[in-house]
Write a protein that binds this ligand. Structure first.
Ligand code: HPA
Length: 276
């Protein structure tokens, strides 16, 4: 059996031994959103450290556990803490949790992250509905022998972020009076922030926001047939757009400041998605 698939199956077995909850939607929580789970009716939790072979996050501010429960009556699994490529994991390991949540039964993937704003009309603290993505420096998580059990060798990526879910989320934001930008997310490897020249280049390529996660998770989820949506919290203006040097502290402070509004939007969106 393919090594990547074998590891995934072992993780699945470990989860099935410890958790009975069956989620319909998987939510990956980005910086500042970790306490989204306080708004959930939590039924079970599973620390990543209890899953043999599971990549565990090393970033400050990222907890490491799956939280199972209901958000507005919808059965979900939330990832409190994700792993990033820059931590040194292979990109296949980075997407293992996404694939695992698919195997737990989640049909929808809701991605969130903190990102730097490239689009000059964005302000720190804005939210951006992800309409599409660009990956340049990050390898595809599908490189290597194809896992036929998950999906096809050459999956289509012409609508990674479901148009149907985007419409629902736009309506959720309007109903909650939360302003929502929309745009294209570009994933870099990190961990260094970008140079102003890189940001100018990414802007010309069509990117509106930049971050160090999300796109590879979306690729893996699309491969295995999940329906995907994502929202970025614009935690800072990208390098050169703002005259200030960038810092993880600023990213976290902004994400924390707007977290109550972000939680409100995500909660409403999840319940609207479940209604269809
Ligand atoms: N660049 C890359 N990743 C990020 C940024 C940024 O400016 N802000 C938050 N994550």
């Amino acid at each position: 059996m393919n090594e990547v698939y074998e590891k995934l199956m072992k993780c699945r077995e470990a989860v099935e031994k410890k958790v009975t909850f069956k989620p319909e939607l998987a939510l990956i929580l980005g910086s500042g959103l970790g306490d989204f789970c306080d708004t959930m009716d939590v039924k079970e939790t599973l620390p990543y450290s209890e899953i043999p072979g599971f990549p565990t996050s090393t970033v400050a501010g990222h907890k490491g556990q799956f939280v199972f429960g209901y958000s507005g009556g919808v059965p979900i699994v939330a990832m409190q803490g994700r792993v990033h490529y820059y931590e040194g994991y292979s990109v296949q390991d980075v997407v293992l949790p996404t694939r695992l949540m698919h195997l737990m039964g989640a049909k929808t993937l809701f991605l969130t992250n903190a990102a730097g704003g490239i689009n000059p009309s964005f302000k720190a603290g804005d939210f951006m509905l992800i309409c599409d993505h660009i990956t340049l420096s990050v390898p595809s998580p599908l490189i290597g022998a194809n896992i036929e059990e998950l999906g096809t060798r050459f999956p289509d990526m012409s609508e990674v972020y479901s148009r149907r879910l985007r419409t629902i989320i736009e309506n959720s934001a309007a109903a909650e009076s939360v302003p929502l930008q929309r745009g294209v997310y570009i994933q870099t490897t990190g961990p260094n922030y970008e140079t102003p020249a890189e940001i100018r280049a990414y802007g010309r390529l069509g990117a509106d926001a930049v971050g160090m996660s999300t796109a590879v998770e979306a690729i893996a989820a699309r491969h295995c047939g999940m329906e995907i949506c994502g929202i970025s919290c614009i935690s800072n203006l990208a390098a050169g757009i703002s005259s200030n040097p960038l810092s993880h502290k600023e990213v976290q402070e902004t994400a924390d400041r707007v977290a109550p509004l972000f939680k409100k939007l995500v909660k409403r969106a999840i319940s609207d998605i479940a209604k269809g």
